[in-house]
Structures are given as structure tokens and as C-alpha cells.
Design a protein around this ligand. Structure first.
Ligand SMILES: C[S@@+](CC[C@H](N)C(=O)[O-])C[C@H]1O[C@@H](n2cnc3c(N)ncnc32)[C@H](O)[C@@H]1O
Ligand SMILES: [Zn+2]
Length: 424
């Protein structure tokens, strides 16, 4: 991992994600804006005052270059977005383009054993699921978790809307999963009460014992059966294996952990996710970290963490929370730059040969055939627009087209060539 533990970036996460090494993260939780057509602002006087973010999307919000990029390179992804546009309108399309380019980067930075939890609500969850199916593969879908909370609103003509959706996907089927347990069943409670239980398993008599006074502590006292056999089965009942409906209280006005940050999520929710899908010491990333609930939960559970948020407020809040809730002082590394990937990218000459073959020796602007030495490698999406050195973002242009293009995008080059009459 080329980013240090306990780093918080104040920046658009797309740029930071592009700077993170491939296959270096164990778990991603993201709680992006939901496209709910609302503007969020923290109340004046709350600890989070000054934090605000917009949750409405128009095409101008989107780096327009990406629109064509997705259409050209990820046709299935583009079709999923197109379907959402036809069903729901242009706002949804812009939102999904914003999400799609980021999800592609998230997939790249996750290890093969990693997982991702995309937190969303019913406004966009069905469209987002199509995106994640496309990016991670439908076979890597693991759960659609319903987070059920109580929140009473004036819902006169429909049922109270009391849940969010968490889409859980893995990168491969070798993902980390630590089974989680909830409350004890009635039967298990009874076993702890009575201390032992006799039953029958494959014909043999089995006896389980528990420490009656302190059910958390396992004892190794033998139980003597009527036949005089000592039995040391000391497994404690763990409770019911958790299902995909999670009842966890939302942070209401009275909640102690509440900072007033709009859309702050409960620590309990994040702790459950982190316990289930990562191990101690592993790396948890939250690219839309808000007031850094994920970072605080990860710290409490002994995981490494990295958070990204575009809002300035996040870094202040996370330091304050880490001091107050975990007792860590002055430990957060705050960055506003873009990390540099430490992995080696394939060398330039190799790229040029591959590209020459792919383009069959033709310039990607004017379409004219040129000898190898007259071609230059060009960034399709300029680096100043967030483009990468990845071969997917490279092309060959002739000298004339390269200077016409300058720092603009490929779409602008094509339109200039048309104006100049070079292209029809
Ligand atoms: C729903 S909130 C996350 C709340 C968070 N889970 C918590 O418990 O506090 C969404 C966050 O995404 C941030 N955000 C929106 N667009 C972003 C972007 N392009 N890059 C990074 N952060 C972004 C907003 O500033 C906001 O804090
Ligand atoms: Zn040319």
C-alpha cells in the first residue's frame, strides 16, 4: 500500500483512488451521496457546522470526458447507465457516470480477497446494483443487506420509509468472511441456565458444559457421564448467525455519538461490516468518509484505515473523534495531494508498439497512416483532467494532430479536426 495508515485526504476521491496502488486494500465501505435531490448542511452550532454537500446531479457535474470513455471501453456499463437514463432521467445518468468511474477504480485497488459494501437507499439502489454487477461481476454478489432503523416522518400516503440498502460484493470467491452472530436463541439461553445439556449425536451421548456464572468464559472442567466418561466439549453457544436484515438504531437527536454531520452513520453498523469482512491489521478504505465513522470503527477494531472526503470538515471531525472516542491524539495524516502509485507501469516503448498495432499504423485523429517514428503517444484524457498513464488511456497521434489536441480531450480534437476540414 502506497498510502500510510490513518491518512485522511481532503479531495475528490476519483483523483486519490487513481493514485492508490492496485490490489492494496482489503475492504471498501462507501456511502456516497444518494442522488436524493437534496442539499445537506449541518446545523449551525453543531460540531459539524460548516459541512455541506450537494446531492443533485446534472451533466455539468460530470467530467464529460468520462461519458464517452465509458461508452467506448465499458459498453455493458454504459448500457446499464443508459437504461437508467431512459427510466429515470438525465440526473440519474450523471450520477451513475460519476459512480461508475469511481467503482472501476475501487475494483482495481481491492485485493483478490477483498470486499466492497456500497451503502445506498431505494432512490438509486436498483440502478447501482446494475453498475456493481457489471463492474464486479454478478457471481461476486454476496448480499443485499437491509439496514432497518426507526425514523418517523410524515408519510401520509405510503408506508414509513425505514431502510437503507447495502450491496455487498467480493472481488473473487476467495474473499474474507468472518461469520457474525446475534442474540442467543431461547434454547441457547436455556443451555447457559441449566449448565449442561445431554443430547445425542451420531449415536454417542454428548454433554455440553458452560460456566453458569460467567457465560463468556470457557471452562475446561470435565463432565462425567453415567458410563464414567469425561467429556470436555466446552463450545459456547454463539447466538444466531446474523441474517441480511440489520436492525441498528439510526442516530437520532439524542444519540451520544451524533456530531450533527448530515448523514452520519452509526459506529455499530460499521463495526459489524469491518468485523465480518476484514481481519486485524488489514486495510479499510472509505472514499466518501464524511465525518469518518468508518475510520473510527476501523481504529477501534485494530484495522488500518484511509479516508477520503471532498469536504474540509471531515479531517477536523475525525481528529476530534479519534481523540474523544479512541484516545488517539494528533495521529491523523492529512493530505490534499494525489498519492503516487509505486507499482511499475509497463514501459513506454512497449505501449507504443502495442498501440501502433492496435491502430494499424493510423493516427487516431486524422486517420492517416504514418510510419512508427512519426507517431507520438498521447493521453486520451489529459493528465490535467485526471487521466492516467494506463495503456487504456493512451493512443498514438501524428505530430500535427498532437499539437492540435494540446491539453484538450479527444472529443475536442475530433471537433477541431472537423472545423479544419481534416475530418468530414
Ligand atoms: C452520505 S455522506 C457520508 C457519511 C459518512 N458515512 C458518515 O458516517 O459520516 C457522503 C459524503 O461524500 C462526500 N463526497 C461527495 N462527493 C465526493 C467526492 N467526489 N469525493 C470525495 N467525497 C465526496 C460528501 O462531502 C459527504 O461527506
Ligand atoms: Zn493525425
Amino acid at each position: 500500500m502506497n498510502v500510510e495508515n490513518r491518512t485522511l485526504f481532503t479531495k475528490d476521491n476519483l483523483f486519490v483512488l487513481r493514485g492508490i496502488d492496485s490490489e492494496s486494500v482489503d475492504l471498501i465501505y462507501l456511502d456516497p451521496p444518494f442522488n436524493s435531490n437534496r442539499n445537506y448542511a449541518a446545523p449551525i452550532g453543531s460540531q459539524a457546522a460548516g459541512a455541506a454537500f450537494k446531492d443533485t446531479w446534472t451533466l455539468s457535474d460530470v467530467d464529460n470526458a468520462w461519458h464517452g470513455e465509458i461508452a467506448e471501453r465499458e459498453p455493458p456499463l454504459y448500457q446499464a447507465i443508459r437504461a437508467a437514463e431512459l427510466t429515470h432521467g438525465k440526473g440519474m445518468k450523471s450520477y451513475l457516470i460519476m459512480m461508475a468511474v469511481r467503482l472501476l477504480e475501487m475494483k482495481r485497488v481491492l485485493k483478490n480477497t477483498g470486499s466492497i459494501y456500497l451503502h445506498c437507499d431505494p432512490t438509486a439502489s436498483h440502478y447501482l446494483k446494475m453498475l456493481v454487477d457489471t463492474v464486479f461481476g454478478k457471481d461476486n454478489f454476496r448480499n443485499e443487506i437491509v439496514w432497518n432503523y426507526e425514523k418517523w416522518t410524515n408519510a401520509a400516503r405510503y408506508f414509513q420509509r425505514n431502510h437503507d440498502i447495502l450491496l455487498m460484493y467480493s472481488v473473487t470467491d476467495r474473499y474474507t468472511f468472518n461469520k457474525q452472530y446475534g442474540e442467543l436463541t431461547e434454547r441457547q439461553k436455556q443451555l447457559i441456565q441449566t449448565g449442561y445439556n445431554t443430547g445425542s449425536s451420531s449415536g454417542k451421548k454428548i454433554v455440553r458444559i458452560y460456566d453458569r456464572k460467567n457465560p463468556k468464559v470457557q471452562t475446561k472442567l470435565p463432565i462425567w457421564t453415567e458410563e464414567g466418561r469425561a467429556i470436555y466439549d466446552v463450545s459456547m453457544p454463539k447466538g444466531k448467525a446474523l441474517n441480511d436484515v440489520w436492525k441498528i438504531a439510526a442516530l437520532n437527536g439524542q444519540a451520544k455519538e451524533r456530531l450533527g454531520y448530515p448523514t452520519q452513520k452509526p459506529i455499530a453498523l460499521l463495526e459489524r461490516i469491518i468485523k465480518a469482512s476484514s481481519n486485524e491489521g488489514e486495510v479499510v478504505l472509505d472514499p466518501f468518509c464524511g465525518c469518518a465513522t468508518t475510520c473510527v470503527a476501523a481504529e477501534r477494531l485494530g484495522r488500518q484505515w484511509v479516508g477520503i472526503d471532498i469536504s474540509e470538515k471531515a479531517v477536523e471531525l475525525v481528529q476530534m473523534r479519534l481523540e474523544r472516542e479512541v484516545g488517539l491524539f494528533g495521529t491523523v495524516i492529512h493530505r490534499t495531494d494525489i498519492p503516487k502509485r509505486s507499482e511499475k507501469l509497463a514501459n513506454y516503448r512497449t505501449h507504443k508498439h502495442i498501440l501502433y498495432g492496435k491502430q494499424e499504423g493510423n493516427c487516431n485523429g486524422c486517420g492517416t497512416h504514418f510510419p512508427f517514428r512519426n507517431m507520438t503517444v498521447d493521453h486520451i484524457v489529459p493528465k490535467s483532467h485526471g487521466g492516467t498513464d494506463h495503456v487504456d488511456n493512451l493512443q498514438l497521434l501524428c505530430g500535427a494532430c498532437n499539437s492540435t489536441k494540446g491539453q484538450s480531450t479527444q472529443a475536442q480534437l475530433i471537433s477541431r479536426l472537423k472545423t479544419q476540414g481534416v475530418l468530414l
